[in-house]
Design a binder for this molecule. Structure first.
Ligand code: IPM
Ligand code: MG
Length: 368
């Protein structure tokens, strides 16, 4: 059988630096675990615009459709801020999500013990936190029509449309319930059914899917603003949160920060199964391209490495190796290895991006 295939789109800013550390782990998987991947690389975001005048070329899009998993670094940077909206780096990422139909975006927020002091919240609020936000990723206000900036009389009006079909809600709800069954069996669905019709439909459909197919899972509903408040007040009340594209964007940044650093959080964006049974999939860190620290060896590669661990689990059925990578990360953190973003007020000497990668590799070796 052919090796499983991976397309690496390292992107802009710190993307290539953190992805370099993932490549070391991919090689390690071949050398030490006998798992070989066919790896190809291409451009997305600002670097793709520089090369082709578009943030994602049709050729790259076709490659992404053909591989078993895409690993993405980050897109964007100040150099591209003035570009026309249609060719901004982010459009490349949004095109991948939309055309691969990656409707279920899993964003775990897990607080490693060694980092519980880094959160801006009290230690007891975040220690041991382990939740997942399932964000709908291919619809809602991000893609709804009509959209645009139009002239109305003698002023301009900006329009975006929040739109959800029943089937779009059904499929992301199923993915949240399935995930909950593998965890603590609890789903909280968030919307604004008090002000939005799309929220009323969201709530009804999630409840119907629950009653029909997942009555064993504990389901609650919350307005998204209350959800934000509850996430800061007592995040451990949650297990799986399912929500729409825009609320999921906001709530996941907030959940990420509960864990101490945005540099720690991975994500998986999953679609329907392909002919080989694997889901269409893209894995990326939740953090952005961090242009302020690019090229300085300061970036934390952990979010990108943990995204690869999610790929091992969700695309390649290598749950054991995924856990091995996660444990290696936990080990280096417990040993006090810290990149600059993880330096507490007590200071100390941070390690570089590649030193962090090497420490994780050493922990992986020790795990064999
Ligand atoms: C994210 C990001 C993206 C989004 C941007 C880069 C388009 O914030 O993945 O959360 O808004 O979805
Ligand atoms: Mg975001």
């Amino acid at each position: 059988m052919a090796n499983p295939s991976i397309l690496i789109l390292a992107g802009d800013g710190i993307g290539p630096e953190v992805m370099a550390e993932v490549k070391k782990i991919i090689s390690w998987m071949g050398a030490k675990r006998g798992v070989h991947f066919d790896v190809s690389e291409d451009l997305v975001g600002g670097c793709a615009y520089d090369a082709h005048g578009k943030p994602l070329s049709d050729e790259t899009m076709a490659k992404a459709q053909a591989v078993d998993a895409v690993l993405l670094g980050a897109v964007g940077g100040p150099k591209y801020d003035k570009l026309d909206f249609s060719v901004k780096p982010e459009r490349g990422l949004l095109r991948l999500r939309k055309e691969m139909d990656l409707y279920s975006n899993l964003r775990p927020a897990q607080c490693f013990d060694a980092l519980a002091d880094f959160s801006s919240l009290k230690k007891e609020v975040v220690a041991g936190l382990d939740i997942v936000i399932v964000r709908e990723l291919t619809s809602g206000v991000y893609f709804g029509e009509p959209r645009g900036i139009f002239k109305e009389g003698n002023e301009r009006v900006g329009i975006n449309t929040q739109r959800y079909t029943e089937s779009e809600i059904v499929r992301v709800a199923r993915s949240a319930f399935e995930l909950a069954r593998k965890r603590n069996n609890k789903v909280c669905s968030m919307e604004k059914a008090n002000v939005m019709e799309s929220g009323i439909l969201w709530r009804e459909v999630v409840q119907e899917v629950h009653d029909r197919e997942y009555p064993d899972v504990q389901l609650t509903h919350m307005y998204a603003d209350n959800g934000a408040m509850q996430l800061c007040r007592w995040p451990k009340q949650f297990d799986v949160i399912v929500t729409d594209n825009l609320f999921g964007d906001v709530l996941s940044d907030m959940a990420a920060m509960l864990t101490g650093s945005l540099g720690m959080l991975p994500s998986a964006s999953l679609g329907s199964p392909m002919a080989n049974g694997r889901p269409k999939a893209l894995y990326e860190p939740v953090h952005g391209s961090a242009p302020d620290i690019m090229g300085q060896g300061k970036a934390n590669p952990i979010a990108c490495i943990l995204s690869f661990a999610m790929a091992l689990r969700y695309s390649f059925d290598l749950g054991e190796d995924a856990t091995r990578v996660e444990k290696a990360v936990e080990k280096v953190l417990a040993d006090g290895v810290r990149t600059a973003d993880l330096m507490g007020p007590e200071g100390g000497k941070p390690v570089s991006t590649s030193q962090m990668g090497d420490a994780i590799l050493a922990a992986l070796d020790a795990s064999l």
